[in-house]
Design a protein around this ligand. Structure first.
Ligand code: GDP
Ligand code: ZN
Length: 310
């Protein structure tokens, strides 16, 4: 049998079969994925082969090739990493100008990693109903900035429902990852998109996790008007990601655009003569905040230099 993994609770996976049945499944004992050391070889969004048994549960015997997947390193600095989700069509990053403030560095890091994973991003500016005149002005500037770079921006209020009509068609026929710092309104937004979803989530996880540790789990939720959203409680972004210095430029779309005119092909855009990026920052063609984010990711690379390779 073949199906889609819609939920991961640690040792159990919930699989929706091609003919619509829901089957609790486990990984077959010696099942290992080539080349990747992860704490969870199977992730939400994976298409899998199942071998069912008499108890009505199943073993996952194979995973279809992934179009993409996102991982994060385990926080304990072990070499293991966790696959958060597979086969994403889109990521929506929920941000708020205030209550709480989402920093441009956080946004830019998320965007860069999404570029590396080749997952398109829509920026959702939530809590539109709370904005002061000044905050609204700032939000509009942010939206113009990211829109110019090539990221669609939508202003919404999960509380009042404003802007939700614009989001729904973007989700249609897609698997969309919802991300954002805690407090930005992810749960409220999910409840707005899928009425009652969060309530159900709590009940299901209670029933499943009795007496167990609360593990980080991801879940795919079906939007009634079409599409799935992936909710990853406790995971605010993609986490760290190892990129080569030379590659980092290409994950900042507008920096990449200008870098084609740098004198040196291996230019890091920090000090080199004839650097077209530095010139563009000076001339305000590249936003100072974006360039700062680029530098901060470049510095991470320097700091990580002596760390054990991932
Ligand atoms: P999460 O941590 O991202 O899941 O955030 P929650 O959905 O729990 O929301 C955090 C707080 O912000 C809650 O008190 C929500 O009621 C509130 N909130 C969420 N969205 C909005 C919004 O659009 N407007 C206002 N005024 N409050 C919101
Ligand atoms: Zn340069």
């Amino acid at each position: 049998m073949h199906g889609l993994v819609i939920k991961n609770t640690g040792s159990w996976y919930t699989v929706k079969t091609d003919d619509g049945k829901i089957i609790d499944s486990k990984i077959k004992g010696n099942f290992r994925l080539k080349g990747i050391r992860t704490t969870n070889p199977v992730a939400v969004g994976d298409y899998v082969e199942l071998i069912t048994n008499q108890e009505g549960t199943a073993f996952i015997s194979a995973i279809d090739d992934r179009r993409n997947y996102i991982i994060r390193k385990s926080p304990n600095l072990s070499k293991q990493s966790q696959i958060i989700a597979a086969n994403l069509d889109l990521a929506m990053l929920i941000v708020t100008v205030n209550y709480p403030t989402t920093s441009t560095t956080f946004i830019d890091r998320f965007l860069a990693v999404a570029e590396a994973y080749r997952v398109p991003v829509v920026l959702v500016f939530n809590k539109n109903d709370l904005l002061s005149e000044e905050e609204r002005h700032y939000q509009e500037m942010m939206m113009t900035l990211y829109d110019t770079i090539g990221y669609q921006c939508v202003a919404v209020s999960a509380e009042t429902g404003e802007g939700i009509d614009t989001l729904l068609p973007l989700l249609q026929s897609k698997v969309t990852l919802l991300s954002g710092n805690s407090g930005v309104g992810k749960s409220t937004l999910i409840n707005r998109l899928i009425p009652g979803a969060k309530q159900r989530t709590a009940e299901i996880s209670d029933a499943h996790n009795t007496g167990m540790h609360t593990t980080t789990f991801s879940e795919m939720l079906e939007v009634p008007s079409g599409g799935y959203v992936i909710d990853t409680p406790g995971v605010k972004g993609f986490g760290t990601f190892d990129v080569e210095k030379e590659e980092l430029t290409s994950y900042f779309k507008e920096i990449f655009h200008f870098s084609k005119d740098c004198r040196f092909s291996n230019c890091t855009h920090t000090h080199e003569p004839g650097c077209a990026v530095l010139k563009a920052v000076e001339d305000h063609y590249i936003a100072a905040s974006r360039y700062q984010s680029y530098l901060s990711m470049l510095e991470d690379k320097d700091e990580n230099k002596y760390r054990e390779a991932f």
